[in-house]
Design a protein around this ligand. Structure first.
Ligand code: BG6
Length: 523
């Protein structure tokens, strides 16, 4: 049983309006793809609605598909109307947004396409258009090199009339070597200040709040270390399968798709040392420092400290769903992992000996992401009814999504004559404490790019440090035969091997399906 203490600021906080960004022309490579439809265009529309986007911004979609401007606009309109948070496309705001959209057909791997693009941009400039250019690479990562090379050759990476910026989606490369090679190509064309490597988790308000929670409060710092913390658990669980992204996912898998970037970023923010300032350089220096203290695993360590899984058929929210190998576009004997769990270690003074257990998977029982910091047990079971019945130790749960907030689990006196304790939870919830919805991660990050702010983007050395940790796992997995796939049912909480990863040291994952709670009394 748990009781909950609600945390509220003394008055409701209203979100301040966003600052308007520089005017620019945004050129999207991969404009007919899933990411553009589901994330980029809705985020740009959101920015227009909340006043962040300059009224002179224009958006050019590019792609191989032959479409007229009218066809592109009507595709986008349909996608907005069918989306989960459907938009009223008769609304004047939508009509204004639609006017910004145009389309340029072309094959991004054909160098000639870039002369056409350059001519189009020049014609717009001559007609009084924006001098600033923002190139967004939302294609599979294999196209990033020809796109950047094409832009450079056509003289588009430099811009005498204004700025030229480049946004690249994760995964940035496939391993350390390809990431280095891609960085070389990128930095030959664009100066590092013009490059924005996007990891949308860094745009989530709750992820940014990890920094405020850690470095805006003095009470945590003395206990945020190996002397008080037993282990840390980081989860990003999804109920969705691969949807229409089988081609991308077959090449990528859960480790590259989620762990190399989103989950390592959560780990870094939880474990890094305080930055000297809140600017992009200071913050990223500390993240790189932390990543450098995570040593690459040997093949033996990979065997002992990692788990991969793939879902079979099952039920999610009571509905039957097929196994991964039966999804359209997936190979019948695919060995791509849809689940990954890793016991990471940080070799520095603060964290020596503290496991950071990280897990992610598709088609699990619940959609949620959180960081749970588990403190050590009290040395003595003073309030337990039997000497062996220890209380569950304190926990701090940073809920990234949904139900964004923070829960602190601690012991309180159980009502009654006896001096016995019970676990309770003090809970802070974003939805209850602040008015209005936070901007979506993509809207926040697109605005940052338009404003030239790198704080929430990953730097070249940071990306390489991430791959230095992940590449030995990929290499060892490629050499070792995978466990018999599928090894977990859709709608479950993942493979049994992932439970065993913690059970070996007497720990267990928090149940994926359990509500946020802490400090539960063991009866
Ligand atoms: C993306 C991955 O980066 O993040 C997807 O490519 C995943 O596979 C998604 O579904 C999860 O993001 P979010 O914001 O829904 O947690």
């Amino acid at each position: 049983m748990t009781a909950t203490v609600k945390g509220r600021p003394s008055e409701a906080i209203v979100r301040p309006p966003l600052c308007e960004a520089d005017a620019c022309t945004l050129i999207i490579f991969g404009a007919t793809g899933d990411l553009t439809r589901r994330k980029l265009l809705p985020a740009l529309y959101e920015l227009q609605c909340v006043g962040g986007m300059n009224s002179r911004c224009e958006i050019i979609g590019t792609g191989r598909t032959a479409l007229s401007e009218a066809q592109f606009r009507s595709r986008v309109r349909e996608a907005f109307a069918e989306a989960k948070d459907a938009v009223d496309t008769n609304d004047a705001r939508w009509k204004g947004f639609e006017q910004r959209l145009s389309y340029l057909q072309g094959d991004p791997s054909n160098p000639e396409f870039y002369s056409t693009l350059a001519a189009d941009l020049e014609a717009r400039l001559q007609a009084g258009g924006n001098p600033n250019r923002l190139f967004y690479v939302a294609t599979p990562s294999s196209l990033a090199r020809p796109i950047i090379g094409g832009l450079a050759k056509a003289g588009l990476a430099k811009n005498d009339a204004g700025w030229s910026r480049l946004v690249i989606e994760k995964p940035f490369g496939r391993d350390l070597e390809s990431a280095r090679e891609l960085s070389r190509v990128v930095n030959e064309a664009f100066a590092e200040e013009a490059v924005f490597r996007i990891d949308h988790y860094l745009g989530k308000e709750t992820v940014q709040n990890i920094l405020v929670f850690r470095f805006g409060n003095t009470m945590l710092e003395p206990v945020w270390n190996r002397n008080y913390i037993d282990h840390v658990e980081i989860t990003a669980a999804e109920t969705l399968g691969v949807e229409s992204r089988a081609a991308f996912y077959e090449e990528t898998g859960a480790l590259r798709d989620m762990v190399t970037n989103h989950l390592l970023q959560l780990l870094t923010l939880t474990a890094m040392e305080p930055p000297v300032a809140l600017d992009a350089a200071a913050l990223r220096d500390q993240k790189v420092q932390l990543l450098r203290s995570m040593h690459p695993m040997t093949a033996d360590e990979v065997r002992q400290r990692t788990v991969r899984g793939q879902y079979g058929a099952g039920n999610v929210f009571g509905l039957p769903v097929p196994g991964y190998r039966d999804e359209p576009g997936v190979q019948k004997l695919s060995s791509t992992e849809t689940y990954a769990a890793v016991d990471f270690r940080i070799d520095n003074w603060r964290w020596e000996g503290v496991p950071f257990y990280v897990r992610t998977g598709k088609r699990l029982s619940l959609q949620h992401a959180e960081v749970v910091v588990h403190f050590k047990r009290t040395p003595q079971a003073l309030f337990a009814h039997a000497p062996q019945a220890h209380l569950e130790p304190n926990q701090i749960t940073l809920r990234i999504q949904p139900d964004e907030g923070i829960t602190i689990g601690f012991a309180a006196k159980r009502p009654g004559d006896e001096l016995r304790s019970i676990g309770v939870a003090a809970d802070f919830s974003y939805a209850e404490s602040f008015e209005g919805k936070p901007p979506s991660a993509y809207a926040t990050l697109l605005l940052d790019v338009m404003q030239g702010d790198h704080t929430r983007f990953t730097r070249r050395d940071e990306v390489e440090a991430e791959w230095r940790i992940i590449t030995p796992i990929l290499e060892a997995w490629a050499k070792q035969p995978p466990p018999p796939f599928p090894n977990y049912a859709a709608g479950s909480d993942g493979p049994a091997e992932a439970r065993a990863l913690l059970e070996r040291s007497g720990r267990r994952w928090r149940e994926v399906a359990s509500p946020a709670e802490g400090g539960k009394a063991v009866e």
